[in-house]
Structures are given as C-alpha cells and as structure tokens.
Design a protein around this ligand. Structure first.
Ligand SMILES: [Zn+2]
Length: 252
C-alpha cells in the first residue's frame, strides 16, 4: 500500500513539478499561469500532449524542441524529477498526516521560487507572501514538533537575520531571499531554521567553489541563492533530525 501511494505521489510530483515550472517562469513576468497554453519559448509553437509528459518528453525529444530543434533547458526535467522525489520523501517521513499536506505545499513553494530565481534572479513576492500567510494560518493548527510561538519566532528570526545581513552587506542578499527565509523559518521552526541556513550557505559555497574551479572564473559569476535556500531547507525538513543527532553525537 505504501509503495502504491509513493508511486502515485511520485507521478503527481512530476506533474505538479511541470506546472510549477510554468508558474515559476510566468508569475514574475505578470503572465497568466493557464493562458496561453504551454508553448516553446523559442519558436512559440504550441506544445502537444507528447511534448508535455514530465521528464519523458525531454528524453524522447533528446532535449530539443520538436518543432524548431531549439535546445530545451535540462532544468525543466530536473525540477520535475526533484519535485516528484520530494513529494515521496515528505510522505515517507510524515505518512498519513496533516503535516504531509503542509510538507507538499512547502515543497511546491520551494520548486516555484527556485525556477524563478534560476530564470530571472528573482524570488517573486506573489509566491512568498501568500505562502507566508498560508503557513501563518496552517501552522496555528498543525505544529507536531514544537509550539506555534516557536514557528512565529523562527519566522521573525529568519527575516531579521537576513534583513540585517542585507543592510550590513549593502544589498549582498536579495530582498526575495529575506522573505523566503521568513517563510522557511515560520514553516520549519527554530532548531531546523538554523540548520537550513547552515546547509543553504554550505551548498551555495560548495557550488560556487566548484564553479570557480571548473570555469576558472573570478568573483564575477553570480549564482542565484534561492535554489540553495530551497535545497538546504528541504534537507533540513526531511533529514534535519538525523543530521542534528549525528552532529551532536560527534561532539558530545
Ligand atoms: Zn520551438
């Protein structure tokens, strides 16, 4: 039974991931997420059902548009696959519970803001602010690990910390990142927020170093931070307890 539900959730995650690609690309442009129907971003040709199967279409068409042969970004299938995987992992961790619903919403928001940030270096308020409002309400009832006020406090800490960092670094962190950390804090609560910040910074730094080694580029390469916040937060949410356990046993 668990396998069946996991498989269904994986497929759902792929489908939703495909939709979130569209949302993440269109919302910052002020476009509707339903109209016009999906089309190639190069030639504008409307995409048929065979072009819209998550991951498989990309593989089938060898990463090119069927109509104009323009290259399609591998980020599309990657985001779809990750969304499917994350949906399953949320269910594996929380099973049949209200927390699973919240977890799926959290994953959804993280995928959308990652797509926007990768495409435009922008985390849209139109996604983070409704998410903030939604979790503010839902966390009031659903907070299995810690009291509601700790979620609230973590939201304030997430916002405050990065607001301060932005002021001190004179704009080194984007405004979108600050609001995203407010949502992440509110959602994860206190101990996990600290871990999420640490993991985001670690992943971002490792990626930046790798890029510098590969490209030999200087400091000019600008990497959007949003996807790393998303990855770090998701990792903290799904494996935070194990990571903290392991860490504490290492030192105490
Ligand atoms: Zn095309």
């Amino acid at each position: 039974m668990e396998y069946l539900i996991s498989s269904i959730l994986f497929l759902l995650g792929l489908l939703f991931g495909s939709f979130y690609n569209v949302v993440g690309l269109r919302v910052p442009q002020g476009e509707s997420v339903v109209l016009p129907p999906s089309h190639c971003r190069s030639c504008g040709h409307r995409l048929g059902p065979l072009d819209l199967v998550p991951v498989l279409s990309f593989l089938l068409r060898k990463g090119k548009c069927h109509y104009c042969q323009a290259k399609v970004s591998p980020l599309y299938p990657l985001m779809e696959g990750l969304c499917g995987l994350a949906f399953v992992l949320v269910f594996v961790k929380h099973g049949w519970s209200a927390e699973t619903i919240l977890g799926l919403l959290f994953v959804s928001m993280l995928v959308i803001v990652s797509v926007s940030d990768l495409a435009y270096r922008l985390i849209p308020d139109k996604i983070t602010l409704p998410a903030l409002a939604l979790f503010l309400i839902l966390r009031f009832w659903i907070h299995p690990d810690q009291p509601y006020w700790m979620h609230l406090l973590a939201g304030v800490v997430g916002f405050g910390l990065f607001f301060l960092l932005t002021v001190l670094s004179r704009g080194g962190v984007g405004g979108g990142d600050i609001k995203l950390f407010a949502v992440v804090g509110l959602f994860l609560g206190l101990p996990l927020l600290a871990l999420a910040i640490f993991l985001s910074a670690l992943l971002g730094t490792l990626f930046g170093l790798g890029l510098m080694l590969l490209r030999g580029g200087g400091r000019k390469t600008q990497v959007p931070f949003g996807p790393f916040i998303a990855a770090g937060s998701l990792l903290a949410y799904l494996a935070g307890d194990s990571i903290l356990d392991w860490y504490l046993r290492l030192f105490f």
